[in-house]
Design a binder for this molecule. Structure first.
Ligand SMILES: CC(=O)N[C@H]1[C@@H](OP(=O)(O)OP(=O)(O)OC[C@H]2O[C@@H](n3ccc(=O)[nH]c3=O)[C@H](O)[C@@H]2O)O[C@H](CO)[C@@H](O)[C@@H]1O
Ligand SMILES: C=C(OP(=O)(O)O)C(=O)O
Length: 417
């Protein structure tokens, strides 16, 4: 099993370019199934999740060419299979987003239940509710979700929770359906907007993405296009917290700053210096940050995918911070890892009370999931001594060139077998 060895070096300085967004790229790769012409995707991050999803697409008969770094050319002219088994589906969450496009284009599909970060039970009932509303028959048997429909017909769908994946899957099912679909209480995340922009470039008629009501008028056929994936707001936020935690001075390039409002506001509240200039953010800080409270929420609230990194910062903040997780019911596993490094954290249900300590200490820890892994790198870079982070395959699911990017900022980090 690969591990990272991290040695704290104090302040980190320099600039880093944010990669394309994992959570935007994955559903867009799924959406290529909807059309039988060539699609060119730019700024696709080189990540384990992308590799796995490309294998899923190839298994369906889709031609996926990795032309150059971050550049993919995809053609789904010949779909030869509509079923994906457990081996690939269980490795990630977004793989389940092949379901909507396959149902829409082929009229049937079978997929094993999806995997992804173990941060809660992560049901798929809202995806299924949407497919059923569009007229599909859906059944679950022996870990496979099977769906079929002679034709899909638009309907009004109210989501009990603004689920990102369900919104995206239903949007993709609806673009080739007959008539109009309305998704109410839809997720408003930038990754939903990027998917909508991509679908519209292919000739779909999707309106309202980025608000809580999305309307999709079904069209008969989609065509090829070229699309550039938006920058990863979670990777950007991770580097912002790195600067705040290590007392560094980091310039983060390729950022859509409007996607970063909750993170920018919270870090300013902690006393961190932040300046924005076009698509660049400069974050600098000296000494300990002030303690803070955060509560994760659907967009435009504080992203749950930033919660572990903020908790890493809270462990060394001056005073007591409160972290409330409202999106996933089991997303505090990183707390035990921080405790191994000397953090003072008490958890009660979905609330973590973090009493900041002056310094953490080096320890042997484990990335229990993707963002836990990123948060542990941040924590490890604030301490003297050598921290060993295990299970780093989680980190490789979501951070492109992770070792190279941290090293370019002056971090002492290496990957060992
Ligand atoms: C690949 C991808 O884009 N992953 C992101 C996506 O995950 P994902 O799309 O899985 O997250 P959702 O927005 O669907 O989940 C949010 C909440 O809704 C619940 N729920 C979801 C679907 C459903 O059918 N029923 C149901 O109850 C979930 O259990 C969870 O409590 O959005 C999350 C919330 O911003 C992020 O943390 C993930 O990084
Ligand atoms: C939870 C995450 O990913 P996934 O939904 O792919 O498990 C994440 O990106 O933090």
């Amino acid at each position: 099993m690969e591990r990272f060895i991290v040695r704290g070096t104090g302040e980190l300085k320099g600039s880093v370019r944010v990669s394309g967004s994992k959570n935007a790229a994955l559903p867009i790769l799924c959406a290529t199934i909807l059309c039988g012409e060539e699609i060119v995707l730019e700024d696709v991050p080189e990540l384990k999740d992308v590799e796995i999803l490309c294998d899923v697409l190839r298994g369906l008969g889709v031609k996926v060419e990795h032309k150059d770094k971050n550049l993919y050319v995809i053609n789904a002219e010949n779909i030869t299979n509509t079923v994906t088994g457990e081996e690939l589906m269980s490795k990630m969450r977004a793989s389940f987003c092949v379901m909507g496009p396959l149902l829409s284009r082929m009229g049937h599909t079978g997929n094993a239940l999806p995997g992804g970060c173990a941060i809660g039970t992560r049901p798929i009932d809202l995806h299924i509710k949407g497919f059923k509303a569009l007229g599909a028959e859906v059944s679950i048997s022996k870990g496979m979700v099977n769906a079929s429909a002679e034709k899909l017909i638009g309907d009004d769908i109210y989501l009990d929770f603004p689920s990102v994946g369900a919104t995206q899957n239903i949007m993709m099912a609806a673009v080739l359906a007959e008539g109009e679909t309305t998704i109410e209480n839809a997720a408003m995340e930038p990754e939903v907007v990027d998917l909508s922009n991509f679908l519209n470039k292919m000739g779909a008629e999707v309106r309202g993405a980025g608000t809580s009501t999305i309307k999709i008028r079904g069209v008969k056929k989609l065509h090829g296009c070229r699309h550039q994936i938006i920058p990863d707001r979670i990777e950007a936020g991770t580097f912002m917290i790195l600067a705040a935690a290590t007392g560094g001075d980091i310039i983060i390039e390729n950022v859509i700053t409007s996607h970063m409002r909750p993170v920018i506001a919270k870090l300013k509240e902690c006393g961190v210096n932040i300046s924005e200039n076009g698509d660049t953010i400069n974050v600098s800080h000296h000494g300990r940050v002030k303690s803070f409270d955060i509560k994760t929420l659907p967009y435009p609230g504080m992203p749950t995918d930033m919660q572990a990194q903020f908790m890493a910062l809270a462990t060394i903040a001056e005073g007591t911070s409160v972290v409330i997780e409202t999106v996933f019911e089991n997303r505090f596993m990183h707390a035990d890892e921080f405790k191994r490094m000397g953090a003072n954290i008490n958890i009660d249900g979905r609330t973590a009370i973090v009493q900041g300590v002056e310094k953490l200490r080096a320890a042997k820890v484990k990335a229990t999931d993707l963002r836990c892994g990123a948060a542990l790198i941040i924590a490890a870079l604030t301490v003297k001594g050598e921290t060993e982070i295990g299970d780093v395959y989680h980190i490789d699911r979501g951070y492109e060139d992770v070792i190279e990017k941290f090293r370019a900022l002056g971090a002492d980090i290496e990957r060992v077998m």
